[in-house]
Design a protein around this ligand. Sequence first.
Ligand code: AMP
Ligand code: MG
Length: 405
Amino acid sequence: MTAYPSRIAVDEAIALIRETAHSHRTGAESLAFNRAGGRVLADAVRAPIDLPSFDNSRMDGVAFAQASLADGVPTWLRLVGAQYAGVAGGLQVGPGECVRITTGAPLPTGTDTVAIREDIVERDGGMEIPAGLSRGADVRRVGEDVQAGADVMRAGQVLTPARTGLAAALGLATLTVARRPTVAVFTTGDELVEPGLPLLPGQVYNSNRDLLMGLLRAEGLEPTAWPTLPDDPERMQVMLADAASAFDVVITSGGVSAGQKDHLPGLLDAHGRIVFWKVRMKPGMPVLFGQWDRALFLCLPGNPVSTLATFLTLGRALLDSLQGRDDPRPAWQARLGAPWRKEHARLEFLRGQLAPDGTGGLRVLPNTADASHQLRAAADSNALIVLPEGARDYAAGDIVDVLPY
Ligand code: AMP
Ligand code: MG
């Protein structure tokens, strides 16, 4: 085999993934704004108009010129009309006059202030306005939210629903976003059988395919699942080469350790290129990353919890980099709900229950079933607890990083 980094730290693995993915960026496409939710913006978004785009009322009430008000005492103003939202303003309001106005309605010419309905008294064909209103009260000024020409979003940001709403408010019908990577998912292993079929002696049900499909769909992708690969290098080579020529990313589970039946490292080395093999993490140590034809290959270890932990850390880093995402994933910290003896030198991911601690912080209770085949503990949990490299005794209350999933 050719030389490649091995037994590297998680941070080094992420750096190598980012570097490799950078030259495989997916490129941009133009999408209708209402189809672009969850995508990564490929260009900055510049506001073509001001928001608000005209001065308007913040409340239902009456509008008038503040100069019409007497000092320190209520003022009666003659009612000369009404201005509703959605209608161009043509009203002229003179000194000593007022108009009814609704929320969002443009301020008529001659007015600069709004008094809210609840504070005014209607009598004798006019309105009594309370004392003490300052000029501009309850008026929303043109451009006070967004000024035309401003960059309101940057390339690399993810389109959240609020950002889609902002694009819509600015009248932007299309947005330029990163193309979603195409992803092929393979599970490997002669022992695997699909749920719904009988389980023969020595077989296990295939949990990782749908674990991975769910994780990928949660990232907004439409992954393609391939039939399970047998532990047969010739047959693996044919199917993987096929996927390698057609997909941006190939994600596999199993067959990456040093066992007699672990063929992926050899195949990737022979037909493509290994970028790294083995990362100092627990679980997930044998994870392999490389390239074959046009696809980047992320080969995850087969133990289900290893698959989960390596996907959440390395898999998401790969997908993010391919799309140029630089919006950071939220970084969370919590206090350990129980002591933990960390015996391994490797960076360790535990599974745990994360919840508010009732005093404004978060608490995470590690699940004691910490082996990489114990999927039940992962299913009972909602976060990975990240314990950095080095053996250490953790006390209850110690602050740790957590990755919610
Ligand atoms: P491997 O990485 O192929 O050596 O597999 C490690 C362990 O994970 C073995 O016990 C496999 O049976 C198990 N395993 C591998 N792939 C899957 C899968 N797709 N679903 C459930 N268990 C798996
Ligand atoms: Mg296997």
